[in-house]
Design a protein around this ligand. Structure first.
Ligand SMILES: Nc1ncnc2c1ncn2[C@@H]1O[C@H](COP(=O)(O)OP(=O)(O)OP(=O)(O)O)[C@@H](O)[C@H]1O
Ligand SMILES: [Mg+2]
Length: 502
């Protein structure tokens, strides 16, 4: 009996070795011969072999999306077996600073789980194009193959694979380079392996610590974001797609875009910066949405300039059109239509984008809209459930100033702080303006000089506001002389400061 079992074991391992050799040899055979030989050798081997094999292919079905299981196996093997593999591939990892090693093609490694040995082979086959008219080039089909003994079937298919998937996903999250995606108008229909998004590495340094914001507001936003990111089970239980909408509104330069970067850094999410004016129609909008991955923020900046309230498209260049004369507006719009892009994204298309059934594919996504004019938006677009959290970003407060002083000048306290505290409460000055004034302009500029520059700017801003309130006609004349009217007709505080040299 013992001899019999030894014989089976020997035969099994011989077959396993043969399979491995075959895997290496077949890359040199023509595809047709390969298929023929494979069919019959597999049948014979399966009959005798006590081994089970599981394949993890890189692309499944229509090759629309890379298989998550393949990616998890790749990451797991990269971390756990790269020491034992002899041929490795090297790729740049997170922040382009470290090299990540993975098994090279046709390499075999062993792994052990609860005392049981398994074998992994990394493999690739070339599959022919689907037809002679095919649009696709010859495709490389990569896969990993796991081999283990039949008697450990339950242990491996349940406990070991669960362990590989869990660990692989964690490693991927730890190692991945975060990306900033944009839908560039030059991209045509996605061809093989080409997506509708183009990307660069996302390396924005903004964090909530460096943001000038009232401490309570900051805490509330951070808690909201972290709660969201940990609420997978909660969303599943209440039957709601795992996504959350944020509306950031406030004057220019108050930190809306900066906050998006801080959100992405806090949660380690990718960012999809959706340029709505470059989207052809609702169908294309849906396709873009499907291609976004989980753990990401989809951003539509200046939403009021991308779509008007009736659902008609409006180009960003029209941002100022409300202040222009009718003649100008007609002239410019006509000109635009002649060479128009023919985009037809509608308000209902956008609403479907946010809460249609496709929006649930992928999960764990934030959708962020920014606007300078919240009152211009259709209430349907920003109602709770779509834009769940509305965050108003406003002019700089003293608390905000202290954060900026610490960021820019490494100052926690200074004798000039009291003056600044008094002035900043009177003047409407954006964090962007405060930051600009605190920035040293020459190597000789010390903190005292920078704070004095800020004090001067604050005094001018306060005087400009006084002028606006007490003699609006004179203020208006000044605006027209300089032709620097802000989009809503107001003068930006910094401009007002320069013009009202009282
Ligand atoms: N709250 C803030 N905290 C820290 N820095 C800020 C803040 N607001 C603005 N800034 C600084 O000002 C610059 C401009 O800010 P940002 O682009 O985020 O403004 P915005 O609100 O998006 O403006 P817009 O409405 O014009 O898009 C940033 O690069 C940042 O340095
Ligand atoms: Mg912005």
């Amino acid at each position: 009996m013992k001899m019999m079992s030894e014989m089976w074991t020997t035969m099994g391992s011989t077959l396993a070795s043969f399979m491995f050799l075959w895997t290496i040899m077949r890359q040199y055979c023509p595809y047709g011969v390969q298929r023929f030989l494979e069919k019959y050798t597999h049948r014979i081997m399966n009959y005798f072999s006590p081994y089970i094999r599981i394949s993890f292919h890189e692309y499944m079905g229509d090759r629309l999306k890379r298989s998550e299981a393949y990616a998890a196996v790749e990451a797991y093997l990269s971390a756990n077996t790269s020491k034992s593999a002899k041929r490795l591939k090297a790729e740049l990892g997170k922040d382009s600073s470290n090299l990540v090693l993975t098994m090279d093609e046709y390499e075999r490694v062993t792994d052990e789980h609860k005392g049981v040995k398994v074998w992994w082979v990394s493999n690739k086959v070339m599959s022919p194009t689907r037809s002679s008219m095919s649009y696709y080039p010859e495709q490389e089909r990569r896969f990993y193959k796991l081999t283990f003994h039949n008697k450990y079937r339950d242990l491996i298919t349940e406990s070991y694979l669960e362990h590989v998937m869990r660990e692989g996903k964690e490693i991927r999250l730890r190692n991945r380079q975060r990306k900033l995606y944009t839908n560039s108008p030059g991209y045509k229909w996605p061809s093989y392996k080409q997506t509708m998004w183009s990307h660069i590495v996302f390396e924005h340094p903004a964090t909530f610590e460096t943001m000038a914001l009232e401490p309570e507001k900051k805490k509330e936003i951070i808690e909201d974001l972290i709660t969201f990111s940990k609420s997978k089970d909660f969303y599943a239980r209440i039957g709601k797609a795992w996504k959350r909408g944020y509306l950031l509104h406030g004057p220019p330069g108050t930190g809306k875009s900066t906050m998006i970067a801080a959100m992405a850094n806090l949660l380690a999410y990718d960012v999809y910066d959706l340029e709505l004016t470059a989207v052809k129609d609702n169908t294309e909008l849906r396709k873009l949405l499907i291609e976004t991955t989980s753990k990401s923020i989809i951003v539509i900046e200046d939403i009021d300039c991308s779509l008007d309230l009736t659902g008609q498209r409006k180009n960003k260049a029209d941002k100022l059109s409300d202040e222009e004369t009718d003649k100008d507006v007609v002239g410019r719009k006509e000109g635009k239509e002649e060479g128009g892009s023919g985009s037809k994204v509608t308000l209902s298309g956008l609403l479907n984008f946010i809460d249609g059934i496709w929006s649930a594919c992928g999960g764990e996504r934030l959708i962020v809209f920014t606007t300078n004019y919240v009152e211009k938006l259709d209430p349907a677009l920003i109602r709770r459930g779509r834009m769940d959290k509305h965050i108003q970003l406003s002019y700089c407060t003293f608390d905000g100033f202290k954060v900026l002083a610490n960021n820019y000048l490494k100052l926690q306290t200074h004798p000039l702080f009291d003056t600044i505290k008094r002035l900043i409460e009177e003047a409407n000055i954006t964090p962007a303006d405060v930051a600009e004034n605190l920035m040293p302009k020459s190597p000789m500029d010390d903190p005292h000089k920078c704070l004095s520059t800020l004090i001067q700017a604050l005094e001018k801003a306060a005087k400009a506001e006084e002028l606006e309130q007490n003699c609006p006609i004179q203020h208006e004349q000044l605006l027209q002389q300089n032709g620097s009217i802000k989009e809503n007709g107001e003068l930006p505080p910094d401009k007002a400061v320069n013009q009202c040299q009282l």
